[in-house]
Design a protein around this ligand. Structure first.
Ligand code: ADP
Length: 912
């Protein structure tokens, strides 16, 4: 059995008008049934005569009414029909005396085995009395009826048959040959005719289905294919009634109806319907179809989805009044939504479209058109399209556009857009302002050239301006930036670029920016930059100069911050601390030179605290650079402030005075010495004049006495001449000393040195001295046996000895003894001359051998002398490689000693 639910399965497509299963009607028709009822017992078809017989008036049509209501006068028929509806076929009779009716009542089954209804075929007959004339007439009537019946069987548009449960036919009508081409004989004689001629694809299930139904002894109906004699495939609907013949064996009776065309048409319809259905369900619009009598006749899945209706809610052609509240609850503006629906139903011809917004954010575009069948309007189609995204996109686009427009109008650039036909397509307010174009001027769609020409008079170089614009009107990829100078002094920076839509150039955008201020500012900035650069260079020069000065200055300079750290320091100052400039920078004075800091920091802090400078302080310190050496400085400390007056540290200037101080001391010493020298000179002049004058007086006296004696012719006593000569000798000695002293000073005193026997020199000196030393005992002791030879100047060594002897004599007023000794001391000969005279004060002994020195205990009057003798003696002894010194006690006498290097003995002999 193939699908038999073409009517039942798709009720939504059916019109709302009540209908009966087509199969039921078809079966009824093919059986020439007088009456057909559906499974609910409602009249589906009824013969008009029977209608009257049954007692139904002329008024309303009986179709659709319950059979009990229509067959009011035929209760026996009602019973038979109700029995048939339970699946049992009956034959029933009833009626009045003159009108007796007989009814064959058959149940009709659908392909799924469900009872679709029942058919009744009625015939009229009179009650029978056998053997009578009437009986004969009846017999004839029966024969006629039988013939009629046979005729009926053969003319019926279907194969009426009878067979056993294995489908072995015992009867087929003549239609069997017409429909399938196989003669009835073949049907009856060929044992497995049916089985062999069922289409192979249907054979198995059809046989099984039949067997099962037969065993269950229920009528059944199925559709399958059979093969005709000419090979055609013929679709048959077979309605089978199972009859129990003798309580055991079963008999099948039925009818086969050719439904090939119907089937093909149905398949085609099914295809079309499924296509339509699929289309209907697959479209993006939600569609609802409402019949003119306000029932939902169709809807698609999208409609359900959009409105959230369940399958059940829309099932069974409901009245929209039941379904609408659910929709209204979802709509933002229910009044308008409903008003629109009512408006549309009121005017069936109208078509319309509007927008419905739902609370869940959906925006639906509602379209409604009348549903027509032919020219008749049978309902209204409502379709809902979700345009939320579209709506949003459009809103967004509008927003973007308005934003762009606002931006366009608010930007500082004046913009104008020209299309490929040189028409102005867009411009902003700023453009009008920049070019002094009145707001009311009709720029939109204006010819760009015309606009350019109207702006040209404002420009300094209108010709270039116009030609440049014309050039650029040619559609190109070129992008350019240049400047336009206006007569009123403004400078506009012009940028141009192509306007593109995708890859296509559709015009050109020009934007003008007023850069006057910018340019002026830039020029000013450049000027400032140059000025600043110059100033910086100057500053750098100054700093370099300052740095050079600072670092090369002979004075120490530095700057310390408030924490006593060196921010600046020059080499001179750093060197005082024994550091380099780099070492000191950033360090504190205490870290660099703690001892200096101890002296200096309090002063620096004082300057910081008071803000008053300390200028020209004298400081004497030992510094790390020269430990153990006192050095002198003049220092000044200044507070350093910013322009705003904030104290930032202390500047120090340190000038070293050590050299000056030493020079000063030297000068003072020299002055002192000079003064002493002057004093010495003055003393010398005084002494010298006195000493020189002293011998002159007696000399003059002696010479005058000699002159007197000569004049009187008296004999000349020799003592006068001797005394005069002694004074001359004394003068000569003084002058010799003065001459020697000047030679020594001029380093021109010559010595004539030769090996000399020292004892001999001493002996000769003593011999020369003795006559002058008459009142002093003169002693000589040689404390050695050998002979000393010295390499010397005989006269000068004699001069030394005589001078020492004369001084011993001169400064021994008490006439004490004068003692001379000669001893050896190592490689030298040591000669001593001692007296018991006035001695020399201890503090003056160091000065004995200085030029012009005279001890204070040797007054001019008493002793005389120039203070040159010992000076000359020291020079001569030292020139001979010896030393001379004195040992004395004030008032006790003096011993002068000198040494001379002794020559080896052979030298003298060799020379001798
Ligand atoms: P002058 O010609 O004055 O003696 P000298 O050079 O010989 O010069 O002596 C310098 C000074 O030394 C003397 O003036 C004297 O005061 C002191 N003097 C030298 N010899 C003696 C001495 N033997 N006893 C004490 N004083 C002496």
């Amino acid at each position: 059995m193939t699908k038999a639910d073409v009517h039942g399965g798709d009720m939504r497509l059916e019109a709302s008008v009540r209908s009966f299963p087509e199969l039921l009607l078809q079966v009824g028709e093919s059986l020439h049934a007088t009456l057909v009822v559906d499974d609910q017992g409602r009249i589906a078809r009824i013969n008009s005569t029977l209608t009257i017989t049954a007692g139904w008036g002329d008024g309303e049509p009986p179709e659709g009414r319950p059979l009990e209501e229509v067959l009011l006068l035929l209760p026996w028929l009602v019973d038979a029909l109700r029995t048939a509806l339970t699946g049992t076929e009956t034959v029933s009779e009833g009626g009045e005396r003159d009108r007796w009716l007989r009814a064959l009542v058959l149940p009709v089954f659908g392909n799924d085995g469900q009872c679709l209804g029942a058919c009744a075929r009625l015939s009229e007959r009179a009650p029978v009395k056998p053997g009578s004339a009437h009986h004969v007439a009846l017999e004839q009537e029966l024969t006629r009826t039988q013939r009629q019946y046979e005729e009926l069987l053969n003319t019926i548009d279907g194969i009426v048959w009878e067979a056993d449960v294995n489908f072995r036919f015992s009867f087929v009508n003549k239609q069997s040959e017409r429909l399938l081409g196989h003669p009835p004989r073949q049907w009856l004689q060929e044992p497995d005719f049916w089985k062999n001629h069922v289409h192979p694809e249907d054979r198995e299930w059809a046989q099984a289905y039949c067997l099962k139904a037969s065993r269950e002894r229920r009528p059944y109906e199925f559709e399958y294919r059979m093969l005709a004699a000419d090979g055609r495939v013929v679709w048959l609907r077979t309605i089978v009634t199972v009859l129990a013949e003798d309580g055991r064996s079963l008999k099948l009776r039925g009818i086969m109806v050719d439904i090939t065309e119907q089937r093909l048409a149905r398949e085609k319809l099914e295809q079309t319907a499924s296509l339509l259905r699929a289309t209907f369900d697959s479209i993006t619009d939600g569609v609802l179809v409402v019949s003119r009598d306000q029932h939902i006749t169709a809807f698609n899945k999208r409609f359900q989805q959009l409105w959230g209706y369940s399958e059940e809610a829309l099932q069974g052609t409901p009245d929209p009044k039941q379904t609408l509240p659910a929709a209204i609850a979802q709509v933002k503006n229910p009044e308008r939504f409903l008003a629109r629906i009512q408006e549309m139903y009121a005017a069936p011809e109208r078509e319309g479209m509007d927008i419905v917004e739902l609370h869940n954010g959906l925006v639906l575009q509602r379209t409604t058109i009348p549903q027509r069948m032919g020219h008749t309007i049978i309902g209204r189609i409502w379709s809902y399209r979700d345009v939320t995204e579209e709506r949003r996109a459009r809103e967004k686009q509008q927003q973007t556009f308005s934003l762009l427009r606002a931006t366009f109008d608010s930007i500082a650039d004046g913009v104008i857009v020209v299309d490929s036909h040189q028409k102005i397509t867009a411009f902003n307010k700023r453009f009008q302002q920049l070019w002094r174009i009145p707001e009311t001027a009709p720029l939109e769609n204006m010819d760009a050239i015309q606009a350019v020409l109207s702006c040209a008079p404002l420009v300094k170089d209108p010709e270039r301006f116009v030609s440049r614009l014309r050039e650029m009107f040619v559609l190109s990829n070129e992008e350019a930036v240049d400047s336009v100078e206006l007569r009123d002094g403004r400078i506009l920076e012009r940028t141009t670029m192509p306007q593109r839509m995708g890859d296509t150039i559709i015009g050109r955008v020009w934007s003008y920016r007023d850069v006057t201020e910018e340019r002026l500012a830039k020029a000013e900035q450049e000027r400032l930059f140059v000025a600043e650069k110059n100033a910086r260079e100057k500053l750098e020069e100054s700093l370099a100069v300052l740095d050079t000065f600072l670092n090369n200055a002979p004075i120490g300079m530095g700057f310390l911050d408030r924490d006593m750290r060196f921010i600046q320091v020059n080499d001179a100052l750093a060197a005082l601390h024994g550091k380099t400039r780099e070492e000191e920078l950033g360090q504190t004075l205490r870290e660099m030179a703690p001892r200096v800091a101890a002296n200096v920091e309090p002063l620096l802090r004082q300057v910081l605290t008071t803000g008053e400078p300390l200028i020209g302080l004298d400081l004497s310190l030992e510094v790390p650079a020269t430990p153990g050496q006192l050095r002198h400085w003049r220092v000044s400390y200044y507070p350093v402030r910013t322009m705003s007056g904030r104290s930032v540290g202390v500047g120090a200037v340190v000038v070293e005075l050590t050299a000056e101080r030493r020079a000063q001391q030297e000068r003072e010493r020299l002055l002192h010495e000079a003064q002493e020298a002057i004093q010495t000179r003055d003393d010398f002049l005084c002494v010298a004049s006195h000493e020189l004058k002293t011998p002159l007086t007696p000399l003059k006296l002696h010479l005058e006495r000699l002159k007197q004696k000569c004049a009187t012719g008296q004999p000349l006593p020799p003592q006068y001449a001797e005394k005069a000569l002694a004074q001359v000798d004394r003068l000569s000695g003084l002058i010799s000393d003065m001459l020697d002293a000047s030679l020594i000073d001029a380093e021109r005193l010559e010595l004539e040195r030769e090996p000399l026997p020292l004892q001999e020199i001493i002996h000769e000196a003593l011999k020369d001295f003795r006559p002058a030393c008459l009142q002093h005992p003169l002693e000589y002791a040689e404390e050695c046996a050998e002979e000393f030879v010295v390499l010397g100047d005989r006269d000068r060594l004699a001069q030394v000895l005589l001078h020492l002897l004369e001084n011993a004599l001169k400064y021994s007023p008490m006439k004490g003894p004068i003692r001379v000794t000669l001893t050896r001391k190592g490689a030298e000969a040591l000669v001593s001359v001692s007296d018991r005279g006035i001695g020399i004060p201890e503090d003056q002994q160091a000065l004995l051998f200085e030029r012009f020195f005279r001890a204070r205990n040797a007054p001019v009057s008493g002793f005389g002398g120039l203070g040159l003798g010992l000076y000359i003696c020291r020079y001569l002894i030292e020139r001979h490689g010896g030393r001379i010194w004195a040992e004395s006690q004030d008032g006790q006498g003096t011993t002068f000693r000198f040494t001379l290097p002794v020559e080896p003995a052979p030298l003298l002999h060799g020379r001798a």
